[in-house]
Design a protein around this ligand. Structure first.
Ligand code: NAI
Ligand code: MG
Length: 353
């Protein structure tokens, strides 16, 4: 039995969230596992109802669950609220409360989408890697930090245990994949990167079966575009990972196709990379594949059901190979479908593959 805290949020978060839960239910039933889905408000809708974008009740539901699924939050309606009441504030607070220090963004090419990509086919063929980004440390949180009229500064700091735990996750993930980790830093100019590199090398002692190499971040950005096939697991810090994961995402798909997982030592949260897309919200136009693929990650990482995860991905691939596309990935000659139609086709394909 598994419990999901389901936080659809605002805008298309509700639509793609419903798609994700539909798929999760079918998959669980197919594998004879009981699934309990506990739906709670987060973001703008929670502010409207309770005056807060993240309530204790929602937090508690996350603490009680085996995995959290989040749709997206935000919208025009809440843009002028004070910073701490904005829907987006709920995300930062939630990630912090759940101690989610490891962010996984896969960059995997769906074969049927290669032809519509802007990159050359031979570059994209067989690309399948993940960017593992440290999420709770580094320059985004380091103290001291300040600015005045004359200067501004932040502190890029990593503690030993922060690097150790993310490095362990990188090597553990690599073991389930192609056993290659590239640790990305800027050790030629940054002391914090030299430190990062030393700790990663130490942790690697326990993972001798995994190949470890190091790369400077500027080169990594270039290599992801030039020859993305070379990568399996990219391990990197908060700032570098923020940038590299966006580059990696864009070479393999559109915003509507990108899933993510954020893991901590106790909790895990799965969400599409995109936001609440107010421009298309409520129109049954949103691409649900990022959310459905996030569910595949949930079955893999939180429920240890790798087979289920692979079948979901196979169903997505089959759906795309049949030519079905939501508007965001539609090209001349494709079959245009809505959010709910795409979801039903993926489910049908899941049951057939
Ligand atoms: P966005 O990701 O919501 O939308 C950017 C563009 O991509 C829009 O044109 C949208 O229609 C399109 N798009 C996004 N997801 C799509 C999907 N699944 N299918 C088809 N098209 C899709 O980013 P934007 O416009 O910058 O932000 C809108 C709101 O979302 C803001 O309030 C922002 O703060 C919030 N946001 C929330 C996030 C979260 O909940 N994790 C992440 C990013 C933004
Ligand atoms: Mg970013």
């Amino acid at each position: 039995m598994y419990k999901i805290a389901f936080l659809p949020g605002d805008g298309i978060g509700i639509e793609v969230g419903n798609s994700a839960m539909k798929v999760a239910k079918v998959v669980a039933e197919h594998f004879n596992v009981e699934l309990i889905i506990n739906e709670k408000l987060i973001g703008g809708c929670s502010y409207d109802e309770f005056g807060s974008p993240l309530t204790d009740e929602t937090l508690q539901a996350c603490y009680d669950a085996d995995a959290v699924f989040l749709g997206a939050v935000g919208g025009i309606k809440w843009e002028s609220l004070p910073h701490n009441l904005k829907p987006e504030a709920a995300l930062l607070k939630l990630r912090k409360a759940l101690g989610l220090y490891a962010n996984i963004r896969p960059a995997k090419i769906y074969q049927p989408l290669i032809d519509s990509s802007t990159l050359r086919k031979e570059v994209l063929q067989d690309v399948d890697f993940i960017v593992l980004r440290e999420l709770t440390g580094g320059i985004y949180f380091g103290e001291p930090r300040a600015y005045d009229d004359d200067k501004g500064f932040n502190t890029m700091i990593y503690k030993k245990n922060e690097v150790e735990r993310i490095a362990k996750i990188a090597f553990t993930l690599a073991r389930e994949r192609n056993r290659k980790v590239v640790s990305v830093d800027k050790a030629n100019v940054l002391e914090v990167s030299q430190f990062w590199r030393n700790i990663v090398i130490q942790v690697h002692q326990e993972f001798q079966d995994i190949e470890l190499t190091h790369m400077y971040v500027d080169n990594a950005a270039m290599q992801i575009v030039r020859n993305p096939k070379q990568f399996d697991v990219i391990l990197t810090s908060n700032l570098f990972g923020d940038i590299l994961s966006d580059i990696a995402g864009m070479i393999t798909g559109s915003l509507g196709m990108l899933p993510s997982a954020s893991l901590g030592s106790k909790y895990a949260l799965y969400e599409p990379v995109h936001g609440s897309a107010p421009d298309i919200a409520g129109k049954n136009l949103a691409n649900p594949l990022a959310s459905i693929s996030s569910i595949a990650m949930m079955f893999n990482y939180s429920f240890q059901m790798k087979k289920a995860s692979e079948l979901i991905e196979a169903a997505i691939n089959k759906t795309l190979s049949q030519g079905y596309r939501t508007k965001d990935i539609f090209n001349e000659g494709d079959k245009l479908v809505s959010t709910t139609e795409m979801t039903e086709i993926v489910i049908k394909n899941f049951l057939e593959v």
